[in-house]
Write a protein that binds this ligand. Sequence first.
Ligand code: CA
Length: 438
Amino acid sequence: MPNLRELLPLVCCMSLLSCAQTPSSTTNPSSTAASTISTPAITAAADAPVITPAPMLTEAEFASCIQTFSADAKKAGISAPIIRASLGKASLSKRVLELDRQQPEFTTTFADYFNRRVTEQRVAQGRALWATHRALLDRVEQTYGVPAPYLLAFWGLETNFGGYFGNMKVVDSLATLACDPRRSTFFTIELMNALRILDEGDIAPEQMLGSWAGAMGNFQFMPSSYLKNAVDYDGDNKRDLWHSKADAFASAAKFLQSLGWLGDERWGREVKLPRNFPFLEAGLKNHKTLTEWSKLGVTRADNSPLPQAEMNASLLVPAGHQGPAFLVYDNFNVIMRWNRSEFYAIAVGQLADQIAGGGALLQTPPIDAPRLHRQQVMQLQAQLNQKGFDAGKPDGIFGPGTRRALSEFQHSQGLVADGFADHTVLKLLGIQSAPASN
Ligand code: CA
């Protein structure tokens, strides 16, 4: 029933589309995405168990492993010249091994994450690029049903609109990770798929560059996503996700379509919560209709009522009750199939809205929220477990289970049960929350 859905805003601020700015690469989107192992097709790697320190792969082990892969590639039908030009020239990358072994020491706050990615400059650049590529983006939307602002938002977050693709040789990176026993299965599949892409002639081996984890081109596709979703949209018989904007946009849109994108729906929206809102109702897995959320006093951020609709939504408070609140819809889950991070999905949605003419967040996230060291998260988990709130085995990762346990503990203490580790609850649990230094 489309009339009951909260449809995309038809806002289109052409007057704002003229402020082109020079791209700036304050962050390195490629390495950011790869460091969370969650670019389009690295998603599966995020399911891999948490990694413990392992010995470095040696040159001898690498050489022997490459021999095996070369034989496997031959059996899989990859042509001999491609095997020689790719695996035949592959070298072990110590840098890739180091990056793969790095784990973030501190949790990232929503303010820190969001404010680095959804910037005025990026919004302005997105609007300018929309104006530049309007005809192409319209055509892509007609073909795949993904509106331009979302494609621009993914493009902005993944590679700063093509400003940085990563400059590591994909075959070296994938061969290194495939030969390293830690996540060999996943990366062996990606390596073989990279060889297939080369064999199909889309790109020459020396030009196949990407992130340290093998994510490629404007939208940082892993080889498996590339094989499934890359489209030759400009008709030159090559699927070139690096140099052809037509191919890149169409491929990203096709990928989103395959992940279940609902073309006429929003991702979600910022909302306002009433005083005494029952925060135990928050969380991605907790669905209610917009009508039910309205009954709990939730309004749009500007205080106007939510649409009275049967559409399902979940409520997120990524920076706790003092930060912004969001109701998120089915397309939010589609974004999370691209990258399994709530922060990422909110950033995509907000960037898309702002590129489409929307304003900044009305409730800005507090910037003094504590960042927790992994050890402090483990301590928090152990404390919650000890008090009878199941945070799972302490692993130093502040995930949904920990958040839930913390909410329940907060509730038991008469605190706002937002599952957010603020200074008050940390103090109550005896965890020192001095501001973390970089
Ligand atoms: Ca093409």
